[in-house]
Design a protein around this ligand. Structure first.
Ligand code: PGA
Length: 258
């Protein structure tokens, strides 16, 4: 089953987060038996968005989490707090946290382990910058981020893991990696997961593509068997676009089954 997430980033306010969640329920609830759909609102709105999502099967996600369980960590949010709010899935290692906030591979790995330990699902984000791509380091950078993020993750917990390939040069820029470019990196990531774990895990793990995905690009990307869904930023703030992207994932999955 494909997996499409909407990362709202630092957008919406109290009223518009409820409105957006309502619209996403109206547009996407009919797809949740054929596609996992998650939204990742800002922390302050998790509770109200969770209530709005109700029991329609759309998953509540968090954009980040603290690696420590509790205590003197001013400004941080723990996995237990997320569990209290019925969060099911957590983004870790988004490029904006790596490159804007300065999170290291070690911190990202600690967050992945904290999320898995709590029984939540994780979307581990990886991706190269433009400079790294242009200097021929795409494969090396993505494999490094993958292996560092998954350090000490047991085969049993890999069921809780999704990987999002998000080339930094395509995020929020309107530049999307073409289906071939995305599929090529997805193959590399899948092969590395096979080396780290086994063939079953590398075949079953879901790899999302993210980076300026709009409704018009979704069908082309999801038609590639290497790509199991998307992590959507800007377009997830528009319920019609988001619905069309989820519908494209459902269509692609049904065609793959034929
Ligand atoms: P974008 O963001 O779709 O706005 O490029 C994607 C992401 O950062 O997850």
């Amino acid at each position: 089953m494909p997996f499409v997430g909407g990362n709202w980033k630092m957008n919406t306010d109290l009223a518009s987060s409820v409105e957006l969640a309502d619209d996403i329920v109206a547009g996407c609830a009919a797809f949740v038996d054929r596609c996992d759909v998650a939204v990742f609102p800002p922390f302050p709105y998790l509770q109200v968005v969770g209530r709005t999502l109700g029991h329609h099967g759309i998953l509540l996600g968090a954009q980040d989490v603290c690696h420590m369980p509790a205590g003197a960590y001013t400004g941080e949010v723990s996995v237990d707090m997320l569990l209290d709010l019925n969060v099911k899935v957590v983004l870790v290692g988004h490029s904006e946290r790596r490159h804007v906030i300065g999170e290291t591979d070690d911190l990202i790995n600690a967050k992945v382990l904290a999320v898995l330990d709590a029984g939540l699902d994780v979307v581990l984000c990886v991706g190269e910058t433009l400079e790294q791509r242009e200097s021929g380091r795409t494969k090396e950078v993505n494999v490094h981020q993958l292996m560092a993020g998954l350090r000490a993750v047991t085969p049993d917990s890999m069921e809780q893991v999704t990987i999002a390939y998000e080339p930094v040069w395509a995020i929020g820029t309107g530049r999307t990696a073409g289906p071939d470019q995305a599929a090529e990196v997805h193959r590399v990531l899948r092969a590395s997961i096979g080396d780290l774990y086994d063939d079953d895990i590398s075949e079953s793990i879901r790899l999302q593509y993210g980076g300026s995905v709009k409704a018009k690009d979704a069908a082309g990307l999801f038609a590639r068997p290497e790509i199991d869904g998307g992590l959507i930023g800007g377009a997830s703030l528009d319920p019609e676009q988001f619905k069309a992207i989820v519908a494209a994932a459902v269509d692609a999955a049904s065609q793959e089954q034929e």
